[in-house]
Design a protein around this ligand. Structure first.
Ligand SMILES: Nc1nc2c(ncn2[C@@H]2O[C@H](COP(=O)(O)OP(=O)(O)OP(=O)(O)O)[C@@H](O)[C@H]2O)c(=O)[nH]1
Ligand SMILES: [Mg+2]
Length: 342
């Protein structure tokens, strides 16, 4: 098939949370190249080749952030094959966090910060905590055990507040949270940071029966990552649809040439055209769902795409969803001819 890999670029100034988001995407997307770019304070950014770019901004965008986002948008005006851009406000869990109010730990709570960053950058900004998004997948039973142990400390005394002195710094947590092993203190800080630990402990004090899956769900919800997940997948679908369109055009050209060379070769050409339905979806259809790809699963995805097109809020979204719909119908037709693919 000779397809180039799909590429998602994560960009931002040093320390803004680029690697954590890139790691999350690397762990959740297969068959996609994830590339990190650190914005140089001195030099202007070079053009970026990607199917999608997530720019990670600081809460108070710096001159470098403004320059980089402006540059990416100007590049995006360059017509065909333009990369799409989403701006995220990274490390959102830290923004509204105070030790006594664990409930405020969520990307949603950081929305006003994202809005004011968006005003400075003149583009919509999505608050996200890539750390909590990763944690939602990486937490283990023994992490839950440690969190339960911390939660049970004050709950035993009938006091479900989070005013222990260790909530004030990672150093204090390392020094004072001695009800769990030192290595576990270190692991929890790396995995959740203090706001995330506070959120988990608060949740366990409210619901001691909470399961690991439920904790993962809570972290995912608090992380605000769903917006980025959906946006990146939509961008990759758009890229897949665009590549399928291009592949189809070049195949049609070949078929015309073959037909001109003799009718006997036309049938082979038609087979090639049918196969072209699959050319543009090496990433999407095969990897979106676990398990076998059958005609009925492809038709189900097509129905979802059609519904998305009908409820799209922008013409771009509607166009992308329709492209997916047509594409999946073509894939289903191919499966009908060749039998269900395993
Ligand atoms: N609380 C919290 N910490 C985060 C989050 N994302 C990253 N961090 C922490 O912030 C620090 C920097 O994060 P990185 O993801 O390494 O950021 P980066 O932009 O790649 O940084 P450099 O490669 O050093 O320029 C690390 O200590 C991360 O654990 C987040 O969403 N929440
Ligand atoms: Mg990094």
């Amino acid at each position: 098939m000779g397809e180039e890999a799909y590429r998602v670029v994560i960009m931002g100034c040093a320390g803004s949370g680029v690697s954590t988001l890139a790691n999350y995407l690397g762990e959740t997307l297969t068959g996609v190249e994830i590339r990190e770019i650190t914005v140089d304070i001195e030099a202007p950014c070079k053009p970026v080749q990607a199917d999608a770019i997530v720019y990670v901004s600081a809460a108070y965008p710096r001159e470098e952030d403004l320059r980089a986002v402006r540059g990416l948008r100007e590049e995006g005006r360059g017509g065909r094959g333009k990369p799409r851009l989403l701006v995220a406000l990274g490390r959102a869990d830290l923004l509204e966090w105070t030790p006594g109010s664990p409930r405020a730990v969520s990307a949603d709570a950081a929305r006003p910060h994202a809005d004011s960053a968006g005003l400075a950058l003149t583009i919509g900004v999505v608050p996200v905590s890539a750390l909590l998004a990763r944690a939602s997948r990486l937490l283990t039973m023994s992490d839950m055990e440690s969190l339960r142990r911390i939660a049970s400390l004050r709950a035993d005394q009938g006091c479900a507040r989070l005013d222990e002195v260790w909530w004030y710094s990672a150093g204090l947590f390392m020094e004072r949270a001695i009800s769990i092993e030192r290595s576990q203190r270190e692991r929890l800080l790396g995995l959740l940071d203090l706001p995330g630990i506070g959120l988990a402990v608060g949740a366990l004090r409210d619901s001691p029966e909470m399961t690991l899956d439920e904790m993962g769900e809570l972290m995912r919800e608090a992380s605000g990552i769903a917006v980025i997940d959906t946006w990146v997948r939509d961008s990759l679908w758009d890229a897949a649809a665009a590549r399928a369109g291009e592949a189809r055009i070049s195949l049609e050209r070949r078929i015309v040439q073959e037909m001109a060379a003799g009718r006997g070769r036309a049938a082979a050409g038609i087979r090639l055209l049918r196969r072209s339905a699959l050319l543009g979806v090496p990433w999407a259809a095969e990897r979106l769902a676990a398990g076998a790809i059958t005609r009925s699963s492809v038709l189900e995805w097509a129905a979802v795409a059609r519904r998305e097109a009908a409820s799209a809020r922008t013409s771009h979204q509607a166009h992308a969803a329709l492209a997916r719909y047509r594409h999946l119908l073509a894939v289903a037709e191919n499966l009908m001819t060749d039998g269900d693919a395993a």
